[in-house]
Design a protein around this ligand. Structure first.
Ligand SMILES: [Zn+2]
Length: 677
């Protein structure tokens, strides 16, 4: 494991690629990772990565090893270099944002001050909680954006699915300390032991605020368990139509009368009137709202006070003295995450800056590490993927002309965002002090809340980014019909301007195809080209599409990553559709890019073999069992090996490239393959 200091010392010497030489020799795929003893048709993930898997191990301060960790580390090194430069720059030459970043960083790194203050920075919060006397006051406290409170409902401001030109307040079920309702309710042995450990955690945390009565501690757990019983399961929360329930505040009061909605909204700063009349809010898990409100009213205020104390400490544990931070990590890091030790403090400081001032940091990151030509090269790839997508939809046998015309319109209006935003966030309203870490964090949260709150009743800002530029990820946003690729993920092995074309199409090309395909997954396909949620497919087309995708759900439900723990084919359906369709489109785009010529053979590998190998290696990752369990229970993505093996077996081109025959373990007879398009 690298020590914190090493990261800083090496930060100035970030390697940049030599001109025209791929960073991964010889042409973008690590040939020494290929496991020639495994037949590609039996386990393509192992065939692609077996050489690496033999010696791979997860560092004690991480939950995974592989491609994502390597890219994350590369980004950490770059962000460190950016921050180190600020620490040594003279005061007069710092911009206002740079000074804030530096002071926030220094406030976090000042361990002596954090220890000396103890819980003093929370004095006001703890006093306010102690004075809460009735449900109205509890609800107002929960709605106040300056508190770190939790509660059965969470309020956000988001684009309205029914009218993607405006923002609306949106209420979502909330309130759990464990990652998902299954952690409270499942009979799975590991989840049972995790919740037993969680009870100990609650006791440990509440001791810091002098609550040690076992009955009071048990009451907090029981409250969360009751909330969990009323929550919708993760797979149901994906259904875009079921979770879109716009209603006026008075209708919400009728739906769930036991919760003081007006007190909550007033504290949040949301006015009950809009220019169009009564305020409309969107309710997510509609049928859970009335029972959650009843539970809220039936729970004694004293229990809510302890619940709020716990959630306050948990939210801020990373910014509090070591003993609190350690107690928090011992549960969330070690037991839930399977991590052995915390990351070095300076890296955690970077995470904090990324979370709270991400675009200020990202602006400096991009100036230094994201060349303009990368943006231009990726744009060419995106354009080719759009062409391939349109070609696929034009030739699709089962789609009717009406749906096809609208689907083509959607493809042609995908809006790509690459690298970093054209317009940077303005942090001038945010104040940061070198000597007030908790205050800095609170100010950042309030800054963000007020930024979002201001937008209610305002037109949608299409230039805005959800993710920070240094993020290693990509996304599709159905309400904007946009695909977003931050600079942080545009690195080898996904993307290397100097690598073989087949490698870039199998790497970032598959990612671009994946994000585009979210526009046509089981939920994304319900939004039209303008981002509006409504049915624009003919009934027959929708039926045919659902029949196809049900087969994908069945395929994935058979995978069993841990003994007795199967993937949930419904929960992961959207991601699996995007993986499969994305790879189909990327492969087609690769062939279009050859312009009728045949691909060269390199080191004995054909173009398609290199394409699939690059795809297989882009998912090179191992994770610990605890994290696997958490993802399978609550996350929409399949674990990495299935994002390779579950995908390639649906593509005819893969069978041809590696001569996969019926005796192979991943073999699917042609009628059972579902390439989506
Ligand atoms: Zn996805």
């Amino acid at each position: 494991m690298k020590k914190a200091l090493t990261v800083f010392l090496s930060a100035g010497a970030v390697m940049t690629a030599l001109a025209n030489v791929p960073q991964v020799a010889p042409w973008g795929v690590s040939l020494n990772y290929v496991d020639t003893k495994t037949r590609p048709g039996d386990d393509f993930f192992k065939y692609s990565n077996g050489g690496w898997l033999k010696s791979a191990s997860i560092p004690p301060d991480r939950q995974v090893a592989g491609v994502n960790l390597e890219i994350d580390k590369s980004n950490e090194t770059k962000m460190s270099a950016v921050v180190v430069a600020l620490l040594t720059k003279d005061e007069a030459s710092l911009t206002a944002d740079e000074r804030k970043l530096r002071d926030f960083f220094n406030a976090y790194q000042d361990v002596a001050a954090v220890e000396a203050k103890g819980l003093a920075p929370l004095k006001g919060d703890l006093e306010r909680i102690a004075e809460l006397k009735n449900p109205d006051e509890v609800a107002a406290y929960m709605g106040d954006p300056s508190t770190y409170s939790g509660g059965p409902f969470e309020l956000g401001i988001s684009i309205d699915d029914g009218n993607p030109n405006i923002y609306r307040p949106r209420f979502v079920q909330s309130g759990l300390g464990l990652p998902d309702r299954d952690y409270y309710l499942s009979t799975d042995k590991e989840l049972v032991s995790t919740r037993e450990a969680y009870k100990v955690y609650i006791a440990n945390m509440l001791k810091f605020v002098n609550v040690d009565d076992p009955q009071r501690i048990a009451a907090v757990y029981e409250l969360e368990k009751h909330i969990a019983e009323l929550h919708w399961p993760a797979a149901e929360r994906r259904d875009a139509e079921r979770i879109y329930n716009p209603m006026s505040v008075s209708e919400l009061e009728k739906l769930a009368p036991a919760f003081p909605w007006q007190a909550y909204l007033k504290a949040a700063g949301v006015s009950l009137k809009s220019p169009q009349g009564e305020r409309i809010v969107v309710v997510n898990e509609k049928s859970s709202f009335a029972p959650l409100a009843k539970l809220f009213a039936a729970t004694p205020t004293a229990v809510w006070r302890d619940y709020l104390r716990l959630h306050l400490l948990r939210s801020l544990a990373g910014l509090l003295p070591e003993k609190i931070n350690d107690a928090n990590f011992a549960f969330y890091g070690v037991i839930v995450g399977g991590q052995k030790k915390q990351m070095p403090r300076d890296l955690r400081a970077l995470e904090l800056l990324d979370r709270q001032m991400g675009e200020a940091l990202g602006r400096l990151y991009c100036e230094k590490y994201f060349p303009a030509e990368s943006k231009a090269k990726l744009k060419v790839l995106v354009d080719n993927l759009v062409k391939a997508y349109a070609a696929e939809i034009r030739t699709l046998a089962w789609m009717s002309p009406e749906t096809r015309a609208k689907a083509l319109e959607k493809v042609m209006t995908f809006y790509p965002k690459i690298g970093y935003p054209d317009k940077w966030r303005d942090y001038s309203a945010l104040s940061i002090s070198r000597t007030d870490l908790i205050g800095d964090d609170r100010n950042s949260r309030l800054f963000e809340w007020h930024r979002e709150l201001k937008r209610i009743d305002e037109p949608v800002d299409r230039t805005e980014w959800d993710m920070t530029p240094q993020t290693n990820n990509a996304e599709y946003n159905p309400a904007l019909n946009e695909i977003v690729f931050p600079a942080g993920g545009l690195q080898p092995p996904f993307f290397d301007p100097n690598a073989d074309d087949a490698v870039n199409y199998g790497g970032i090309g598959a990612t671009i195809g994946h994000e585009m395909s979210h526009g046509f997954d089981d939920q994304g396909s319900k939004y039209d080209a303008s981002g509006r949620l409504h049915e624009w497919w003919t009934a027959e087309d929708r039926k045919r599409f659902e029949a196809l995708t049900s087969k994908i759900a069945q395929q994935y439900s058979q995978f069993e990553p841990l003994p007795g723990l199967h993937l949930n084919g419904r929960l992961t359906l959207g991601e699996n559709i995007a993986d499969i369709a994305g790879l189909v489109i990327a492969n087609r785009a690769y062939h279009l890019s050859l312009n009728g010529k045949s691909a060269p053979v390199l080191d004995g590998y054909s173009g398609d073999q290199r394409f699939f190998l690059a795809y297989g290696q882009s998912w090179r990752e191992i994770m610990n069992d605890n994290l696997t369990r958490r993802l399978v229970v609550s996350n929409e993505h399949s674990p990495d090996q299935y994002r390779v093996n579950g995908v390639v077996r649906n593509l005819d081109a893969w069978y041809e490239a590696f001569s996969v025959k019926s005796e192979a373990k991943l073999y699917l007879p042609p009628p059972q393959r579902v390439p989506v398009w």
